[in-house]
Ligand binder design. Structure first.
Ligand code: IPD
Length: 299
């Protein structure tokens, strides 16, 4: 019910701020730490720190105390082998530190991302960047907002949406992600080249984007699309916890989210989708092999 969602939003917002304090404390600690304190998941660019784990433990504990019947899917629990299947039950879907590489490098674009799924659909999202004190939130059917530095919430998008005549006037976010195998990197580089202006495919077709950006956090890319600072975000290979909160926030800001097999591929952002829609997040859900994937979202 709307009252329940309201209460959940209050809880999740407070939890994100508490987690943010721990992220800031961790950032101080990590700058003093040695390289051996930074772990690797699948390769030398897929990083994890003790603070990813600590923040997730804090969030998981608080959720279990307040909502004992809710399910929990979290990036670090998943890595540690706790992989509950997605069911119709209310399920929190959490990335304790999205943008871990930024966190490690003190590049101040890292956040906690807390999403809530109900009946297999993301219904509530909170994304908090404690370095800038930017808190984004969204509730299905009730819009999304941004609170900066303790200020009053501002409705998203910050300015009214304008149609984009073409991709050639768009600011597009892309990410390298953590899959750096040769085929993956080649494919991404080809897509980025087309978007940035490959003479044969880009400029000639008048589809060279204004520019490309990589913030280094999937959740903050969604948030920035919702805010209106980015026109589109395109990435293959995100996990549910990277995108769950962002889906709600972007959609509630009037954004269009698509993923899966039917979505445009390899930078071929279709003008048909783009024109008339200022905010677009393409193919953000992919390659999760349905393990905990938000399949329903694709329809
Ligand atoms: C990653 C970041 C990165 C994106 C990856 C994500 P993490 O999350 O959001 O920008 O390219 O796809 O997995 O590992 O920092 O939580």
């Amino acid at each position: 019910t709307p009252a329940e969602l309201d209460e959940l939003l209050t809880f999740t917002t407070a939890l994100a701020r508490t987690a943010g304090e721990l992220i800031l404390e961790g950032s101080q600690a990590i700058q003093q730490a040695s390289a051996s304190d930074i772990g690797e998941k699948k390769n030398s660019v897929d990083l994890v720190t003790e603070y990813d784990v600590k923040v997730e433990e804090l969030v998981k504990r608080e959720i279990a105390a307040a909502y004992p019947t809710f399910q929990f899917i979290g990036e670090e629990s998943y890595s540690a082998g706790s992989r509950p299947p997605l069911t119709d039950a209310p399920t929190f879907c959490v990335d304790p530190i999205d943008g871990t590489t930024n966190f490690v490098h003190a590049f101040p674009f890292a956040c906690i991302s807390i999403g809530l799924i109900d009946q297999r659909r993301p219904v509530l999202g909170v994304i908090y960047n404690p370095f800038l004190d930017h808190l984004y939130s969204g509730v299905a059917g009730h819009g999304s907002s941004l609170s900066r530095a303790g200020g009053a919430p501002q409705t998203l998008p910050l300015a009214p949406a304008r149609p984009l005549p073409s991709l050639s006037q768009a600011l597009v976010a892309v990410e390298w992600g953590s899959d750096r195998t040769a085929p993956a990197v080649t494919k991404k580089a080809e897509s980025f080249t087309r978007l940035a202006g490959d003479p044969a495919r880009g400029i000639a077709r008048g589809r060279m984007a204004h520019s490309l950006r990589s913030i280094g956090s999937a959740a903050l890319n969604f948030a920035m699309v919702a805010q209106g600072g980015l026109d589109t975000y395109w990435e293959i290979g995100c996990w549910p916890w990277d995108v769950c909160a962002g889906i709600v926030i972007a959609q509630e800001a009037g954004g269009f989210v698509t993923g899966g097999k039917d979505a445009p591929h390899d930078g071929d952002v279709t003008e048909g989708i783009l024109t008339g829609r200022k905010y677009l997040v393409i193919r953000a859900i992919a390659d999760t092999e349905g393990e905990t994937g938000l399949e329903a979202q694709k329809r």
